[in-house]
Design a protein. Structure first.
Length: 269
């Protein structure tokens, strides 16, 4: 992808579309890319492209959308993290082509989308996104919504990225600083940014800092999806710099607050 940092900084949720269908080329590129997406936990995410009009799909926060993509995944531990990782790959690729998206986990009639996506027992469809070309101007409801969740704000790095101990800020002057900035810019449910990273002995340990009300049977834990998104930005950043890495699930046992949970570690080789 051209200039990853530019893509990550430029991406914003798009809730107001211009009503035009995706070009055939764009649709084919997205479908082909989606088929090739893998995740570090080897939990496959299946992408289903759904015509909005044909299937009667809509969302109260959107206007002008013509196409949706849904992601389905088997319900099992780490399915939500894997989902976040895989779906965000598609979101960033779409934006690199000038195609807008917005993660939708709540503001939709879920039964309609699950039926249209052919959801089976044992699977979940945590989120969907429209895919289309942004309108020239945001709708008023979109502008209000962005204000409501402070969509343009992000938590400062010293409260997200720690050195050896929780809450001890990490000061990285090298290229890792840019990669952490890519993580910081990531989208999250209600813009809560629940990811935290502790750097220790060459490994970046990822944690979820939990808020109440983000877990249910239909979506899994939305904030684990957010951590999956953060992991996606981090590893794409490493790959962009040509750095090799390994992902392990191996809790280093660092002391953390009671509302935090260890998720995974990235060892930069
Ligand atoms: C897992 C997840 C679920 C989300 N669900 C919704 C939703 O149901 N409706 C909505 O309008 N936005 C939803 N969002 C979009 C966030 O509100 C948005 O990403 C955040 O406010 C930051 O804004 P930005 O994406 O423009 O940077 C969701 C985002 C994520 C990552």
């Amino acid at each position: 992808m051209n200039d990853l940092m530019e893509i990550i900084k430029g991406r914003k949720s798009v809730r107001t579309y211009n009503g035009e269908p995706l070009s055939e080329t764009h649709r084919n590129l997205l479908e082909e890319y989606a088929r090739g997406i893998t995740d570090p936990f080897d939990i496959p995410v299946e992408f289903v492209f759904m015509d909005a009009k044909e299937l009667g799909l809509s969302s109260p926060v959107l206007s002008g959308e013509t196409l949706y993509v849904a992601g389905k995944v088997e319900k099992k531990p780490y399915a939500d993290v894997a989902f976040g990782y895989a779906f965000e790959k598609l979101v960033l690729y779409a934006w690199s082509l000038g195609i807008g998206t917005v993660w939708i986990g709540g503001t939709m009639k879920r039964e309609d989308f699950e039926k249209a996506a052919g959801l089976k027992d044992g699977e979940m469809m945590p989120c969907v996104s429209p895919l289309g070309y942004p309108a020239a101007k945001r709708s008023l409801k979109e502008t209000m919504m962005r204000k409501g969740v402070g969509a343009d704000n992000r938590i400062s790095p010293d409260r997200l990225f720690f050195n050896e101990k929780w809450d001890r800020p990490l000061t990285s002057a090298d290229e890792m600083k840019d990669i952490l900035e890519m993580v910081r810019r990531a989208p999250s449910a209600v813009n809560k940014q629940p990811w935290r990273i502790i750097y220790k002995d060459g490994a970046y340990h990822f944690y979820e800092k939990k808020d109440k009300g983000y877990v249910n049977d239909n979506t899994g834990d939305l904030q684990k999806i957010d951590v999956g998104i953060a992991l996606c930005h981090f590893t794409m950043g490493l790959e962009d710099l040509g750095k090799k890495y390994e992902i392990q699930i191996s809790d280093p046992g660092i002391e953390i607050p009671s509302d935090a949970e260890y998720i995974a570690s990235v060892i930069v080789l």
